[in-house]
Design a protein around this ligand. Structure first.
Ligand code: ZN
Length: 461
């Protein structure tokens, strides 16, 4: 019996009940709110551009009027900038509203909440840690359902329908299965592997489970798909049931996409979004990224906050049209993208994002073959005395940590940091710590927690 089977046997509930749950269609597990959103989105994707813009404008005007009346932060900045809700008459009028940064959300959290937020069943959501700094925002249950409906539309575009078997990799600290390595998500008909560190033994167990489960779809970050692909290739394992990969959250490099698609004989579809749910886009059957215009306004802006011209690169900035608990208007995502004003041969009127860049999530590779994603474990705000930090892997044996310290930084912090790194990365790396005044940012303002100078998606293991 392998590790996953032992974990499976520990899962609560009787096997017979679980079999019944697996046999029930997915549709059974979703509520009315989800279906209303989903059915709407299935229709609205075929609306004309004009109809979509009009719908966005109506929603934007309503949100602005609401924010002006009920959200202290917006009331203040609208007054300061002489913005009157009645004057927002077109989608481009949104450019008069100052941009919202992560820093503003941290500093003005309470002022960004609607006066009525408690009446709307607020849910706190925390963003991932690709920069090492978490961000908290508030939204509603309904917005969570809307997000699911949008994701299901992306899944449909990829050829993934309800009730088809899938598998996914989860982050252990976020998984509903807690410390268990495997979680059966009967609702989504998926098996989740709760794993963040990959080695040969774990991959062997994962693959044996996948071979018997026969999933059609794999949903995961591109870097994990790449690790799986490498293992399958090295061991000449084929998985004929697997047809589709749905990826998200990281940059999908075209050479890697083509290599995996060809060799595993699957089609990869990617979508872009964030926990903040300010703007998102996913690939249609033509592999064009379409923006979910019904739920957001996506702008590509330059350093001065002005929209860039068609085809130019800029920062992605988004407005969620449905978050009334904590309206996020013109939120700077720190991701880079290129807008494309052309149309797609699939016939959808939804805006097109030509490319998304800068969603890099680097892997740390150790000599014993483990590969890990430390951004998932680190929240540098928890380490006393560290204002900013970046881990650079220059070779396989050692790591350089560049950090900005404040007056609370001591030798104890230093040893704690080194111990924490070695424990989470599962290898006794040589760690060199370098104190600096500030950390150089990439093209966008985003700075990543991990930079690997060993090749991206390293082939060391
Ligand atoms: Zn399309």
């Amino acid at each position: 019996m392998n590790l996953f089977d032992s974990a499976y046997n520990l899962l609560p509930g009787k096997k017979a009940l679980k079999n019944i749950a697996w046999a029930l269609p997915s549709q059974f597990f979703y509520g009315r709110t989800f279906w209303n959103y989903y059915n709407f989105l299935k229709k609205s994707q075929w609306w004309s551009k004009k109809q979509l813009r009009q719908y966005q404008l109506t929603k934007l005007q309503k949100l602005i009027y609401y924010s002006y009346k009920n959200v202290p932060y917006y009331r203040e900045i609208f007054k300061k900038n002489a913005i009157v809700p009645d004057k927002i008459k077109s989608l481009t009028d949104i450019e008069r509203i100052p941009l919202l940064t992560k820093e503003i959300i941290r500093n003005r959290f309470n002022d960004l909440l609607s006066n009525d937020y408690l009446k709307m069943a607020p849910i706190k959501r925390t963003t991932g840690g690709s920069t090492g700094k978490r961000l908290e925002i508030m939204s509603s249950f309904n917005q969570g359902q809307l997000r699911k409906a949008v994701v299901w539309r992306y899944r449909n575009w990829a050829g993934y329908s309800f009730n088809e078997r899938g598998l996914t990799f989860n982050l252990p600290h976020r998984s509903p299965a807690g410390k268990n390595l495997i979680y059966e998500n009967v609702k989504e008909k998926q098996i989740n592997f709760n794993i963040d560190i990959f080695n040969e033994e774990i991959l062997k167990q994962i693959v044996s489970k996948i071979v018997s489960f026969k999933p059609k779809v794999i949903e995961c970050y591109p870097s994990r798909l790449f690790i799986l692909y490498k293992y399958l290739k090295k061991n000449s394992i084929i998985m004929p049931s697997l047809k589709i990969a749905v990826t998200t959250s990281e940059m999908l490099y075209s050479e890697i996409r083509e290599m995996i698609e060809q060799e595993l004989n699957i089609q990869i579809f990617d979508y872009y979004g964030q926990i903040e749910f300010c703007c998102n886009a996913g690939q249609c059957p033509e592999k064009t990224y379409h923006v979910a215009d019904e739920v957001c306004i996506l702008e590509i802006i330059d350093k001065a906050g002005q929209r860039v011209k068609n085809g130019e690169i800029g920062e992605i900035c988004g407005t969620s049209l449905d978050n009334y608990i904590m309206p996020l208007i013109r939120y700077k995502t720190e991701d880079l993208g290129i807008i494309n004003m052309e149309s797609c041969s699939c016939g959808r009127g939804l805006n097109i994002l030509k490319n998304i860049v800068g969603r890099t999530q680097n892997i740390i590779v150790s000599p014993n073959g483990t590969m890990s994603f430390p951004a998932r474990y680190f929240n540098i705000q928890l380490l006393k005395g560290i204002k900013d930090m970046q881990i650079i892997q220059e070779d396989i044996q050692s790591l350089k940590v560049v950090l900005v310290a404040d007056q609370d930084f001591t030798d104890t912090t230093k040893s704690e940091l080194i111990a924490m790194l070695r424990k989470n990365l599962n290898y006794p790396f040589e760690v060199q710590i370098e104190l600096v005044d500030h950390i150089k940012r990439a093209v966008s303002d985003k700075h990543l927690l991990v930079i690997s100078k060993i090749a991206q998606y390293s082939t060391h293991a």
